[in-house]
Design a protein around this ligand. Structure first.
Ligand SMILES: Cc1ncc(COP(=O)(O)O)c(C=O)c1O
Length: 403
C-alpha cells in the first residue's frame, strides 16, 4: 500500500497540477483589494479573470446570497424556480434576448450555444447544417466541443479525436470567411475582443460584414460574451458597441460576481429548438445561483457599472499612454472599457511577478501582453496607484525581458 507520504504530486499537493500557480495564497477580498495569508495587501487589477466586476464581496449581491442561503439552496429543474425566472427576466429586460438557459460555467454556456445552433438547423429548419466557423486565437472553453471551437492548438494537444464540424479562419479575413462557408455551415462564433488571445478587439467593419453575411446566408451569429459581458467593455454586452444583435450570446464570469454560473441567451424561432429533455443541467440556475445573478444584474445597472467602466477605461488608457510613452518595451496599449492590454516587445511573466512583489495583481493574455481587468467600479485613486506601480515596473524594464 502506498504511504500517505508518497501520495499526491511533487509539491505535496493533492490537486491535479493543471495550473502553474503563483506563490501567493489569497484569503480575503473587499472591493478592489485582496489580502494573502501573511497579511500582505494587493490591489486587484485581474479581477479573478474578469469575474469580480463589482469588486470582491459586493454588498447587494452578498445580501441576496445570504438571504437565499437561509431559504432554499437547491431544487431540481423539474420544478419552477422563481429566482431563475426573475434572473432570466433581468437579463431579457436588458437585452434583445427572449430566453435564457442557465448553466454553471462559460464552457457550458458555449457548449449550449453550439448545441442550440446545430439543433435549430436540424430540427427547426430541417436543413442538416452543423458546421461552426470560429477564429484563430479565439478561446471558447475546455470541454471537448468548446476546446475544438477554440482557435488555439495548445488547448487541444493530447485530447483527440476531437468532435467534427469546426472550421477556423484568421480574424479580419473576409475572403477566408466567404471561402469557409458551405451548405453545412450552421453558425459563426466570435468574441468581440479576443481576451485570452491577447486583448485583440475585432474591427467594427469586420463585425458589420459578419452580421450582414449571417443574415444573407441564414447563418446564426453566436457572440461569446463570457469575458467581455456584464459591463466589462463599457456596455452591458460588448456587441452593443457595434449596433448588432447576435442570434445567440453567452455569459459567465461577471454574471455571478464570483459565484459559478453561466448562461446562454437567444430569441425567436431559436427558442423552439430546445424542447423538454433536449438539454439540461442538474445545477443550472439553482435558487442560490440565480438569486446572485438577479442581484448582480441589478447592481451592475444601478451602479452604472458599464458607464463607469467606459470612463475609467478611457482614463486608465490615457494615463498608461502618457506614463509609458517612449518605453522601448511597450509596443501598444489596446482594449475597450476595463479590458486593457499592454502589448510588449517580449515575455511579460517577470512583470506579473514584479507586480505581485509591489502589491499589484495583473495577468498575461498570451506571452507578450499584460492584461488589466480591474473591478468596473474601481476608484480614480486606485487607478492612479496601479498606474504608478506599473510605471515603476516598466521603468526598470528597458530591454526585452529574459525569462
Ligand atoms: C471568451 C471566453 N469564453 C469561454 C471561456 C470559458 O469559461 P469557463 O472557464 O467558465 O468555462 C472563457 C474563460 O476564460 C473565455 O474567456
Amino acid at each position: 500500500m502506498m504511504s500517505d507520504m508518497n501520495k499526491g504530486t511533487e509539491g505535496g499537493s493533492s490537486l491535479f497540477p493543471t495550473y502553474a500557480r503563483y506563490p501567493i495564497s489569497l484569503v480575503k477580498g473587499e472591493g478592489s483589494w485582496l489580502w494573502d495569508d501573511k497579511g500582505n495587501k494587493y490591489l486587484d487589477f485581474m479581477g479573478g479573470l474578469a469575474v469580480t466586476n463589482l469588486g470582491h464581496a459586493p454588498k447587494q449581491v452578498k445580501d441576496a446570497l445570504v438571504k437565499q442561503l437561509d431559504e432554499l439552496w437547491h431544487v431540481s429543474n423539474l420544478f419552477h424556480i422563481p429566482n431563475q425566472e426573475a434572473a432570466a427576466k433581468a437579463l431579457t429586460d436588458n437585452s434583445h434576448a427572449e430566453a435564457v438557459f442557465f448553466c454553471n460555467s462559460g464552457a457550458e454556456a458555449n457548449e449550449a450555444a453550439i448545441k442550440l445552433a446545430r439543433r435549430y438547423h436540424q430540427k427547426v429548419k430541417g436543413n442538416g447544417r452543423y458546421e461552426i466557423i470560429t477564429f484563430a486565437q479565439s478561446f471558447h472553453g475546455r470541454t471537448l466541443a468548446t476546446l475544438t471551437a477554440t482557435g488555439q492548438e495548445k488547448v487541444k494537444e493530447g485530447f483527440g479525436p476531437l468532435p467534427e464540424g469546426f472550421r477556423y479562419i484568421p480574424l479580419h479575413d473576409i475572403e477566408a470567411l466567404e471561402a469557409a462557408i458551405t451548405d453545412k455551415t450552421a453558425a459563426i462564433m466570435i468574441e468581440m475582443i479576443q481576451a485570452e488571445g491577447g486583448v485583440i478587439p475585432v474591427e467594427p467593419a469586420f463585425v458589420q460584414h459578419l452580421a450582414k453575411l449571417c443574415k444573407e446566408r441564414g447563418l446564426l451569429l453566436i457572440i461569446d460574451e463570457i469575458q467581455t459581458g456584464m459591463g466589462r467593455t463599457g456596455k452591458l454586452f460588448s456587441f452593443e458597441h457595434y449596433g448588432i444583435e447576435p442570434d445567440i450570446f453567452t455569459l459567465a464570469k461577471g454574471l455571478g460576481s464570483g459565484f459559478p454560473v453561466g448562461a446562454m441567451l437567444a430569441k425567436g424561432e431559436l427558442i423552439e429548438a430546445f424542447t423538454a429533455g433536449s438539454h439540461g443541467s442538474t445545477f443550472g440556475g439553482t435558487p442560490i445561483a440565480t438569486a446572485v445573478v438577479k442581484a448582480t444584474v441589478e447592481a451592475i445597472i444601478s451602479e452604472k457599472a458599464p458607464e463607469r467602466a467606459a470612463e475609467s477605461g478611457e482614463y486608465l488608457v490615457g494615463q498608461l499612454r502618457e506614463k509609458l510613452a517612449g518605453n522601448p518595451f511597450v509596443k501598444d496599449i489596446r482594449g475597450k472599457g476595463l479590458m486593457i492590454g499592454i502589448v510588449c516587445n517580449g515575455p511579460v511573466a517577470n512583470i506579473i511577478a514584479e507586480g505581485q512583489k509591489r502589491g499589484l495583481l495583473v495577468v498575461t493574455a498570451g506571452p507578450d501582453v499584460v492584461r488589466l481587468l480591474p473591478s468596473l467600479i474601481v476608484s480614480r485613486e486606485e487607478i492612479d496607484q496601479a498606474v504608478s506601480i506599473l510605471t515603476s515596473i516598466f521603468a526598470d524594464q528597458t530591454a526585452p525581458a529574459q525569462l
